[in-house]
Design a protein around this ligand. Sequence first.
Ligand code: PSU
Ligand code: MN
Length: 301
Amino acid sequence: MTLSAEVQVALAAGQPVVALESTIISHGMPYPENLATARRVENIVRQEGATPATIAVVGGRLRVGLSDVELTAFAARDDVVKVSRRDLPMVVARGLDGSTTVAATMIISALAGIEVFVTGGIGGVHRGAPETFDVSADLLELARTPVAVVCAGAKSILDLGLTLEVLETHGVPVLGFKTDRFPAFFVRDSGFGVDTQVDSVDELAAIVRTKWDLGLGGGVVVANPIPRDVEMEPALADGAIRQAIGEAATAGVTGKDVTPFLLSRIESLTKGASLVANRALIENNALVGARLAAALVATRR
Ligand code: PSU
Ligand code: MN
């Protein structure tokens, strides 16, 4: 594992560090918006006084903190492998480049000693999972790896009810930041509730730290809804999602290709409206994540 100089210094000094994933860059957004977003998110984390650590695999090495040249390459290339827990050994052993999903980013964050990770949306139980068994490895990682994941909930490409059930089974708290509704990425209310509403980052930090102090391990979902002024029209989001899922079934898309296929189709079908929402919500997550990282550092003193 290689840490960037700034991440190494921050961790050694006990300063707040925020992990960021790279699959959202390589497979979650088109170029060049992905690059602009990745840079902007790093800047927001910095402005809040924390150090950003974008995580990926480069030449078979686990990397915590990328240079701008590397970030640009990950954004522009179309041959970067999407790496979840399953894929890590192959990509590392073969010395390849890979972008890390929520699951793989959590694994590497925990190895590096980073407690907070900011992303857009987590993977979950796909609609139709009772037949396809398509359940994201992100959920099982949340069950076992001690990292707080700040997200805008999950897209309703997933069955959000079943996703919440699996998180409950595995003892993963779902904390609504200033909301009692589980957000559905593009919209603030999925129709499902969260486990509990938490109104301050200090209380978020207290709950996360207490979970780990109790020896419970595992992750926590901090569900931070998209800002009101950029929330999408629910009918527009739903229509695009339904159509994208239909197209995926017709095209026979399976396995790790399902989520990237759906994300890219939704973006075309909403004529870019989903991309605007996507950018705004991840920037908002970066703000909360950086503040949570600082609050978590304070609980250690
Ligand atoms: N959901 C999004 N945007 C994303 C992803 C999910 O709204 O970019 C990415 C994340 O990297 C997540 C991964 O960890 O997709 C989940 O993929 P899968 O469903 O194959 O586990
Ligand atoms: Mn899957």
